[in-house]
Design a protein around this ligand. Structure first.
Ligand code: SAM
Length: 239
């Protein structure tokens, strides 16, 4: 991967950045995403935010060597604190856990009033993001799931709107599996949830042999519930 050729994962994120956006890529690391978008005339301005020194320097090096310093501002800081109010209309956050992505959005809420699109790529726990979006009235407008190098990634795209709308058919399925993904049932989706279900079954079986406490009972109930959701959703025709 470099500034000319993104991984399939980041290319999927890039696809959802609106034309001529003013964007912030939070946790940009090497800044490949904003560099790629700038070089292809897709954005007019970007902030590449990084909290760690090494990735920050790598982003700065790449932006300078590509001659993009006028268009991409590399900034060191935690989450959305690197953005000035009103500066961007699209935010991308990719390659982190869903809980961390949600906490970055939560801690920088006041910077989101002028943002029209969020493109979020959690490595795990997309459910944390879906819950955050609902709570904060962001409408999930699209989702993708892809497999690359034997890993499966989800990409969630949201805009300001009616947060409840995507979950009207089945809220529990939508929250856990993704309201768009559960309808599409792509091969990567089936592979991911079959593996998760098998993993939960193994944990459930192990808990059956463990000493029975309120905690193990609750855990088993939760696993049963999630396995049921996945089993039903995988075979359903309509969701
Ligand atoms: N976004 C790139 C991608 O998807 O390829 C890089 C992903 S990398 C695994 C995660 C990056 O997020 C790291 O460089 C890390 O330093 C940065 N990061 C983690 N927490 C952050 C925060 N609160 N604010 C800004 N950057 C953060």
């Amino acid at each position: 991967m470099n500034t000319d050729k993104l991984s399939d994962r980041l290319a999927t994120v890039a696809k959802y950045v609106p034309e001529q956006a003013r964007m912030a890529d939070i946790g940009s690391d090497h800044a490949y995403l904003p560099c790629y978008l700038a070089k292809n005339g897709r954005i007019t301005f970007a902030v590449a935010g990084e909290v760690a020194q090494g990735p920050y320097q790598s982003a700065e090096r790449n932006v300078l060597s590509e001659g993009l310093a006028e268009m991409i501002s590399v900034r060191m800081g935690d989450g959305l604190e690197v953005i000035k109010p009103g500066e961007v209309d699209c935010i991308t956050i990719a390659g982190m856990g869903g809980a961390l992505i949600s906490s970055i959005l939560e801690n920088g809420k006041e910077k989101l009033s002028t943002v029209k699109r969020l493109v979020l790529q959690p490595n795990l726990s997309a459910i944390s993001i879906r819950k955050w979006l609902i709570k904060n009235n962001w409408e999930l407008v699209a989702e993708e799931i892809i497999e690359e190098d034997e890993k499966i990634y989800e990409v969630l795209i949201a805009g300001q709107g009616d947060a409840a709308k995507p979950y009207q058919k089945n809220r529990d399925w939508g929250l856990l599996l993704g309201p768009f993904l559960v309808q599409q049932k792509a091969d990567a989706f089936k592979k991911k949830w079959t593996a998760e279900k098998n993993n939960w079954q193994r944990i459930y079986d192990a808990l059956e042999d463990a000493t029975e406490t309120e905690e193990t009972l609750n855990k088993r109930q939760e696993l049963l519930y999630k396995m049921k959701i996945v089993e039903e959703a995988l075979v359903s025709e309509d969701s």
